[in-house]
Ligand binder design. Structure first.
Ligand SMILES: [Zn+2]
Length: 376
């Protein structure tokens, strides 16, 4: 483990920097997937066996890596495979929804080890009540997981500044300029990181699904969320507000939107609009008999996404949330609209979100363990 002491100047600091980088490199190889031996790590990283052994000892001492029993029946000295320590440092994830709060704990490998959710009215009650509820639920889920949780990530349904303050949330009118990070850090006694839930849902596709390194994720719900991933990194923009796909204007004369604009994608392809198009009262009925809702959503999404494709050159669109549940017919409709509007691009792909990524909640917890893996 690193000691946390400041780097000294000169040769010592350079050596220490190199060692830290190598430590992260070795950990990344071990985190890659199947258990791997020290010799395998040396081969893949190009480091010497001696260096790898010394770094691995440090990672084991820091409880980031464990050694499995050596394979039996091999000749010579058996190699002990290494893998991430499932009992090591863990991450807490919290998601504050419109009328629910959820919490989970993931281990170092990103596996969800405990998860709970409970109704919580965030539309009409004070933010402090919702934060108290979230902290109580988090304490329960941490106790259930029984792992050493070293930080929390929080997914929020609104605009989150780089300072960790929730500036506004269209569906939570009372949550204006709430320092969710500081409020929850005080309640939990843990460092807290916050993010927009649509961004984190996109991150979940990247980290836990099978999405490529460049894509736009659009998620249907009461609002419409977007996240743009470029080169394997979330693109948040200088103020953290990039990817607000739900507020791209699709119909300049369309209905007034919660953002103050008019004819936004969210107004035309959000859940209320699709329920109205299908003439049904709830999502269950919508999924059973979507009727014209698929064509309505396909057209509005295709128009908005054509702009995104032209602007940032992302070949892949991933449909999540309600859109993933509407399934292949919607993907077909969006593809047709996109092909018509961007005919020069023959490489465009529209796919459905992987079913078990765990979404924004798991990615919120993933923030914690992924940081740990990058900085062992
Ligand atoms: Zn809008």
């Amino acid at each position: 483990m690193t000691t946390g002491e400041p780097l000294r100047r000169g040769v010592g600091s350079t050596q220490q920097t190199v060692r830290r980088q190598n430590l992260a490199l070795v950990l990344r190889e071990i985190a890659e997937g199947e258990p791997v031996s020290r010799a395998g790590v040396a081969q893949r990283t190009g480091l010497t066996r001696g260096t790898v052994s010394s770094l691995v000892e440090e990672l084991i001492a820091g409880e980031l890596v464990t050694e499995l029993a050596a394979a039996r029946g091999t000749t010579g000295r058996p190699a002990s495979p290494l893998q991430l320590n499932r009992a090591g440092p863990a991450g807490l994830g919290i998601e504050i929804g419109v009328d629910e709060v959820a919490a989970c704990v993931v281990d170092l490998a990103g596996t969800v080890r405990a998860r709970r959710s409970t109704p919580s009215d965030h539309r009409t009650r004070e933010p402090t009540a919702g934060l108290d509820r979230a902290a109580d639920l988090a304490a329960d889920v941490v106790a259930e997981a029984g792992l050493p949780v070293e930080g929390a990530g929080v997914a929020l349904p609104g605009v989150v500044g780089r300072d960790g303050v929730l500036q506004r949330a269209p569906n939570l009118p009372r949550w204006v300029d709430v320092a969710v990070d500081a409020e929850l850090a005080a309640r939990l006694g843990l460092p807290v990181d916050v993010g927009n839930e649509a961004d984190l849902a996109a991150a979940a596709e990247l980290w836990f699904g099978d999405a490529p390194t460049d894509f736009v994720h659009v998620s249907g719900g009461i609002g419409v969320g977007g996240g743009i991933v470029l080169g394997g990194e979330l693109f948040r923009g200088p103020g953290g507000r990039a990817g607000e796909l739900g507020h791209l204007v699709v119909d300049p004369d369309g209905p007034v939107c919660s953002c103050g604009g008019r004819g936004c994608l969210e107004q035309l392809a959000g859940q209320p609009a699709l329920l109205a198009a299908a003439g049904v009262a709830d999502v269950g009925d919508l999924l059973r008999s979507p009727g014209p809702a698929v064509a309505v959503a396909g057209r509005a999404l295709g128009v908005a996404l054509a702009g995104v494709v032209n602007l940032v050159d992302v070949p892949t669109v991933v449909l999540g949330g309600l859109y993933a549940r509407l399934g292949a017919p919607l993907a077909v409709a969006v593809t047709a609209e996109l092909r018509e509007r961007v005919p020069s691009r023959t490489d465009l792909r529209v796919r459905l979100s992987a079913p078990d990524t765990g979404g924004a909640l798991r990615a919120a917890a993933g923030l914690v363990v992924r940081r740990r893996l990058r900085q062992p």
